[in-house]
Design a protein around this ligand. Structure first.
Ligand SMILES: NC(=O)c1ccc[n+]([C@@H]2O[C@H](COP(=O)([O-])OP(=O)(O)OC[C@H]3O[C@@H](n4cnc5c(N)ncnc54)[C@H](OP(=O)(O)O)[C@@H]3O)[C@@H](O)[C@H]2O)c1
Length: 322
């Protein structure tokens, strides 16, 4: 019998239990997957806490790799035995086996290993849409990215550097600053003990940045608006420190700023959109974007992986192995 991390009631890491499950035959349009590696993402924490909806009792998680074991009626985009991965879709990645919509699967190229894919897909697709669709970064532009040594951070900083941007990254410690610099940050700011808007203005000669990518939220939104240049864009894409409050539209007027709150859902809403951006990501990995798997846990030990992520002690990607 397969096992999964099951949550009966939202809460802390201790809410996650390693339990036996039964997996039904795949419904029409679904496949049954034997999963190999699960990617840990901050959204898993929000799901576990009950901030994002999940059916309970049930599992959480939005990213995994695996092998197709059985096809539901009408599935013709993959075959039994195919190596695949996925991001988003119905929660429930924290499982040895599960059913999943075939239309959302990403075929894994032979030169991308399962661990690498599980470490890079959700975070890398996010990085891809942020720099290629949300705000198209140009060479020489000043860019600020918060939590630059994190999972999305280490990938996007390399990508921004390869575009030729002037990359400024905030980090929670001097140790993380070293990691971020080694992955494309031109300048790091330890925002736990430095005033980051002041530092950004010093670094950019008083100009400010063209875009702030902010996955931290409550503790960073105000300073982020301060350090934007005229016509700059504030991209709020996450809330690791809590959700930012509503921003009054009038507050944007003095610098004619833009604000957006993008998500991976709309950027992977169709098979075409998903595969287009997944191929761009795999090309970036082949082109030299390093995928740093800096933490590994057994899936059954997911609670300790969550503790590490929430206590800000991780860098780069974390995977949960099966
Ligand atoms: N909208 C989307 O499509 C999308 C997709 C993927 C991820 N995201 C968001 O992107 C952000 C990064 O995700 P990730 O999975 O790569 O996580 P991560 O960056 O590896 O981990 C979160 C980091 O946030 C920083 N942080 C600042 N204040 C924090 C606090 N109070 N509690 C916890 N962490 C805090 C920490 O870095 P420092 O110690 O350096 O401050 C921490 O390491 C998350 O907000 C996530 O929800 C959004």
């Amino acid at each position: 019998m397969p096992h999964a991390i099951t949550i009966h009631q939202s809460g802390g890491p201790e809410a996650m239990r390693w339990e036996q499950i039964t997996v039904a035959d795949p419904a029409p349009g679904e496949v049954r997957l034997r999963q190999t590696v699960v990617g840990l993402n901050y959204i898993d924490v929000y799901q576990r806490m009950g901030k994002y909806p999940c059916d309970l009792p049930g599992s959480i998680g939005m990213e995994a790799t695996g092998v197709v074991e059985a096809l539901g009626a009408g599935v013709d985009t993959v075959s039994v035995g195919d190596r695949v991965g996925y991001v988003m879709g119905p929660p429930g990645a924290y499982a040895e086996q599960r059913n999943y919509p075939a239309q959302r699967l990403i075929p894994l190229p032979d030169d991308i290993a399962d661990e690498q894919a599980a470490a890079v897909m959700l975070k890398g697709l996010t990085a891809a849409y942020l720099v290629k669709r949300t705000f198209v970064v140009k060479p020489g532009q000043n860019v600020l990215f918060h939590a630059a040594a994190g999972g999305v951070g280490l990938i996007i900083c390399q990508w921004l550097k390869s575009i030729g941007a002037n990359v400024i990254g905030t980090v929670g410690s001097e140790e993380k600053a070293i990691v971020a610099k080694a992955h494309g940050c031109d300048h790091t700011i330890v925002y736990t003990n430095e005033n980051f808007p002041e530092r950004v203005m010093d670094i950019t000669g008083g100009q400010g940045v063209s875009v702030v990518y902010d996955g931290v939220g409550a503790t960073t939104y105000e300073g982020s608006l301060e350090c934007l240049a005229h016509f700059g864009m504030y991209v709020s894409f996450g809330a690791a420190s809590g959700a930012p409050p509503p921003i009054p539209v009038g507050a944007l007027a003095p610098k004619a700023l833009y604000v957006t709150r993008p998500g991976l859902g709309p950027h992977t809403a169709t098979r075409e959109l998903t595969l287009e951006i997944a191929n761009a990501l795999f090309d970036a990995v082949r082109g030299g974007v390093q995928v740093e798997i800096n933490q590994r846990y057994a899936l059954s030990d997911a609670a300790n992986a969550h503790r590490a992520l929430e206590s800000r002690s991780t860098t780069g990607s974390t995977i949960l192995t099966i």
